[in-house]
Unconditional design. Structure first.
Length: 174
């Protein structure tokens, strides 16, 4: 009896795991999320810090991440999980945000330390700073470009809603 082999090369698998779990990548994603949020927000405000914890979890969880490009807004994104009988994933989302808290804080710390984000301590917001890549730096890989698009789309979605609505719809308990 012949067996079909469907192997993923171990090197690529390790690379993907490292990519998804790296606070450095998370710092970049939070910066792009924050930029898009501020650009799309009706008053140009930066997002509250809690939204960074939510965004980081959505962008680094494959189940959630894969739905972002297919939806026009946050409400339809959330509906996708009830329509596809994946409500258990959405029901556990608040716990996932809590579980990712340490990794998200590391990503925020890196973003602030590198000058991508700055704290506005009066409003508990993280502000995106202008940053231009060093001349001659290598271009982003395809995976990072895809992550970049998703982070920007998520920032635009969040900018259309108030913080309470986002937190309530996603079931995050503060």
């Amino acid at each position: 009896m012949a067996t079909i082999q469907t192997e993923i090369p171990m090197g690529r698998l390790v690379e993907e795991v490292r990519e998804w779990n790296s606070p450095v990548v998370g710092a970049y994603l939070l910066w792009r999320f924050t930029q898009a949020y501020s650009q799309k927000h009706c008053h140009g405000d930066a997002p509250m810090v809690i939204l960074h914890f939510i965004a980081h979890t959505l962008l680094t969880s494959v189940d959630f991440y894969n739905e972002i490009p297919h939806k026009p807004d946050l409400a339809s994104f959330i509906r996708a999980f009830t329509d596809k009988k994946k409500s258990d994933k959405m029901a556990c989302f608040g716990a996932m945000v809590s579980k990712q808290r340490e990794t998200t804080m590391k990503a925020i710390d890196i973003a602030v330390a590198t000058g991508l984000l700055a704290w506005d301590t009066n409003t508990a917001r993280l502000v995106a700073r202008d940053f231009k890549p060093v001349r001659g730096s290598p271009s982003k890989g395809a995976a990072i470009q895809e992550l970049d698009k998703h982070a920007q789309k998520l920032g635009a979605w969040f900018a259309e809603l108030n913080d309470s609505t986002i937190i309530l719809q996603l079931g995050v308990v503060l």
